[in-house]
Design a protein. Structure first.
Lengths: 113, 116
């Protein structure tokens, strides 16, 4: 069964600390992996998309890495701010599932001022 | 780019009533997805359209659910009759025409449905 797991389910850090969010997947045969942010009552905002051939993607304070062999991706958020408080979801497009995205349950982040 | 537009944002209805949710994908995107999100089950794919044609509706929970995409810029998800267990947030998402497998998915803000 192709699953996506995100640990921890929740995380609370003081402002300024770096955030490390983990995502694991069960099959290395993937097209890509996408990180999303979801604010309460809102939709999902795409943060980073890492193709299968890539090792990492960066956007501002965000950096996502991909290690297919170990089935892991990590989202790093540098110098966290209260505005980073949200739920972060990881989604994997497995080759066997073609167009479908398999979502993790998310990590809810609280950045304390 | 206005993004994926969904309406209404909130819908409260009584059990047994018909509910219609609407979606306008990003212009030029030819893949459209309907998802449902609940606390218990997370995000579930309900149906996927490509070039206005339903490709996979295996996620549609029951015959009470139906979806249409009459043209490239509009889709509807209908529930008839609605039940309290249908209460959830329904998201529409789209992705570009070329290289869809390698392109990011863009979500709307969702419709929060409450069936009493």
């Amino acid at each position: 069964k192709q699953e996506v797991t995100q640990i921890p389910a929740a995380l609370s850090v003081p402002e300024g600390e770096n955030l490390v969010l983990n995502c694991s997947f069960t099959d290395s045969a993937i097209y890509n992996l996408q990180w999303f942010r979801q604010d309460p009552g809102k939709g999902l905002t795409s943060l980073l998309l890492i193709q299968s051939s890539q090792r990492e993607q960066t956007s501002g304070r965000l950096n996502a890495s991909l290690d297919k062999s170990s089935g892991r991706s990590t989202l790093y958020i540098a110098a966290s701010q209260p505005g980073d408080s949200a739920t972060y979801l990881c989604a994997v497009r497995y080759r066997s599932n073609d167009y479908k995205l398999s979502f993790g349950a998310g990590t809810t982040v609280t950045v304390r001022a | 780019d206005a993004g994926v537009i969904q309406s209404p944002r909130h819908e409260v209805t009584e059990m047994g009533q018909e509910v219609t949710l609407r979606c306008k994908p990003i212009s030029g995107h030819n893949s459209l997805f309907w998802y449902r999100q609940t606390m218990m089950r997370g995000l579930e794919l309900l149906i996927y359209f490509n070039n206005n044609v339903p490709i996979d509706d295996s996620g549609m929970p029951e015959d009470r659910f139906s979806a249409k995409m009459p043209n490239a810029s509009f889709s509807t998800l209908k529930i008839q009759p609605s039940e309290p267990r249908d209460s959830a947030v329904y998201f529409c998402a789209s992705s570009p025409r070329q290289g869809a497998l390698y392109s990011p998915l863009h979500f709307g803000n969702g419709t929060r449905l409450t069936v009493t």
